[in-house]
Design a protein around this ligand. Sequence first.
Ligand code: FMN
Length: 260
Amino acid sequence: MKTHTVFFSPTQTGAIVAKAIQENLNAECGESFDLTTTAVEKAFGEDDVVIIAIPVYSGRLPSVAVERFQSIQGNGTKAVAIAMYGNAKLDDALLELTDLCTEKGFEVIAAATFIGEHSFTMKQFPIAVGRPDDADRDKAAEFAALIQKKLDAGGPFTLPELPGSRPYAKEPMNPPGVVATGVNDNCTKCGLCETFCPTGAITMTNDGPQMDASKCIWCCACVKVCTSHAMEITSTKVQEIAQRLHKHFQKRQEPQWFLA
Ligand SMILES: Cc1cc2nc3c(=O)[nH]c(=O)nc-3n(C[C@H](O)[C@H](O)[C@H](O)COP(=O)(O)O)c2cc1C
């Protein structure tokens, strides 16, 4: 048995949790398949265990992540499905993720929600800052131990009922047609924002990064990777959402898991 991770993780929180779970399983660690900036073709086998993490965007999976996942194929491969969310709402996203895994040939043996720092967090409106934190890492280890026990005991694997309902209540998250971020005078034109933008919405020019509103998915990867703090959330719409989330979703949510 070999373990692998597959993730779409613009601000890296899902990647961190997937790897933390992988490292705590009692098996050889295989590869990481990062779908954040590009699709990756991979077919897994029956002996693989794959930890899959995708973030919750407006209660659903981001459309671009679902599209990229189409090039991943399970063949009776065991999967652990992780929906990462920003301490606000999960809605139907975990159910959607397990459905997606099943459609793509995986047998989901465990599903979980973990909390990551909200992409829209701002200095004045912090939301789940620093998560996953040490306590979340401990939870990831605890979850991994339970998965290991299940794997050792063998199938059949039938998941309990998950939160959410079908048909999924909301529309999937597509580019809203408005750019979330803008650049200030600190910009050194290093190009990190262009490299890490999942959708190619940023082009570095002599005048600095140019943003394409038709491609921006509001993921804020450009804010998190910018080492000179030049990239900021400038959209008033996103700022208003951040303020609302900061006000209404302060109570710390904890990871939750569902084992077959
Ligand atoms: C466009 C957008 C919509 C989001 N919608 C939700 C949501 O509905 N509920 C929630 O709790 N968090 C929401 N988040 C926050 C992310 O799910 C959270 O920050 C997650 O940890 C990001 O995962 P990543 O670091 O792997 O990219 C949203 C983030 C973005 C960018």
